[in-house]
Ligand binder design. Sequence first.
Ligand SMILES: C[S@@+](CC[C@H](N)C(=O)[O-])C[C@H]1O[C@@H](n2cnc3c(N)ncnc32)[C@H](O)[C@@H]1O
Length: 279
Amino acid sequence: MYTMNARDWIESHKNKLPAHELEWILEACLKLTRAEIYLDTQLVSEQGLGRAEHIVHQRIAGKSLQHLLGKTIFYGREFQVNDSTLIPRPETETLCEIALQRINNEPSDEIKVAELGLGTGCMAITILREDPRTSVYATEILPTAIDLAKVNALAHGVENRLQIFQVPQAIGFEGLLPLGPFHLIVSNPPYLDKNDPITAEVLKNEPHSALFPVSDDPMWFYENFLEYASRLLLPGGRGLLEVPHNRADAILARARKHDFYAAVYNDLFGRPRVLEVLV
Ligand SMILES: C[S@@+](CC[C@H](N)C(=O)[O-])C[C@H]1O[C@@H](n2cnc3c(N)ncnc32)[C@H](O)[C@@H]1O
């Protein structure tokens, strides 16, 4: 049974959620494209409407939309998400873009890439999809995140080039030593400090092991990477790590103190977010 026009449903819910979120909800619940939502003739079934209302209620209660829909878009591709993973962020797309530029300039027929902290697999899988010469060796602490990354890898047809290793939380980049050396290492490690301004939505929705390092020292993963970088990377190899914008200068200074060539790049919002280290 059809109850109302999709466009009218959006209009009547605009006081509850932004229009783009309402559009995503209808797209997912009714399996419609955005253009189809706005057709005069597009009606919402009672069942679809019920699903959409349920999501609106949970969203208003503070659950993230990506978790409610079970998916997100990263680098133009769809990835499944769930409660055990960080929702992929736009700043990580910037890191991925730089990684792909570096890979593009690499003449080898086989390119070995490592990632610490696989999560959904969004970065590793994007790299594998974009360049068939790559293979990725990734570590992750959470078995549930590993299961999800495997589902995403399979959906994107790159499972044969992705090797995943479950490691204890106290293990850092040294966990990659037996698998290297690598042309490239990418990572978006947990880097928040307990005193950083963090929204209630992030704290409520994202696993704390994806946000905070086990040592509670927000510099730990960067120090740890710098300690092992020259043993992990091939000569001329590079590390690309996401950094918190408020500690980017301090992290850059530490990298240069280790005598590495290092630079920090801005994300799309102009904030310093990606550290590159060249050995
Ligand atoms: C900030 S999330 C990044 C996830 C994904 N790479 C992304 O960019 O969306 C960090 C990930 O690292 C994992 N992690 C935390 N400590 C780790 C460790 N010591 N070794 C490997 N992975 C770790 C977390 O479980 C989480 O999935």
